[in-house]
Design a protein around this ligand. Sequence first.
Ligand SMILES: N[C@@H](CCC(=O)N[C@@H](CS)C(=O)NCC(=O)O)C(=O)O
Length: 221
Amino acid sequence: MSGKPRLHYVNARGRMEPIRWLLAAAGVEFEEAFLETKDDLKKLQTNGDLLFQQVPMVEIDGMKMVQTRAILNYIAGKYNLYGKDLKERALIDMYVEGLADLNELITSNFFQPADKKEEHLATVMDKATTRYFPVYEKVLKGHGQDFLVGNKLSRADVQLLEIILLVEESKPDILAKFPLLQSFKAKTSNIPNIKKFLQPGSQRKLPIQEKDIPRLMQIFH
Ligand SMILES: N[C@@H](CCC(=O)N[C@@H](CS)C(=O)NCC(=O)O)C(=O)O
């Protein structure tokens, strides 16, 4: 054992990607064990490694952690990215849950019938512009600081940057009307650990392509 967290998931973004982001932002090196086939998943299930028979699973500090949110909470707490008190943590939780909702909307585009995808994506981008991004712009404006909570990097910032970049993949000008989010993006992208994660060749995963879907379905269904 190297002592590094070991991440069990497929070689794709999916539910593991925010965990990769958070570890990277915290400057924590991690190893990845990729599931290539359904048998790889079955092996973990039969060994009793997965509490609910599902991945993501992260081996960390002698635990085999499952449930994405629980894993993120643990890493955020451990690496001091979860606010200084309960109230800061409450704010962080609200911001992060909003981001999770937006992420879910974006991901659901993959599962739309081909003739509905474009229309669905337009609706999602509209929601991003009118419901979600204005919230974060307003927060940044309200306290005049570059981070969402407490003038210090938190998991909310890391997860917001991840979602901004994700949305920009579909709509590059999404931040046009959000000047504070533009400077937030520039500043957080330049934090050394994050900058490194954004370089080609890091453990950050590329967007899932249509052609990857049958491979992933074969493992999970
Ligand atoms: N609530 C769980 C859901 C995990 C989940 O749905 N995992 C999928 C892969 S993304 C899975 O393992 N599917 C296989 C199965 O359910 O048998 C989490 O957030 O970790």
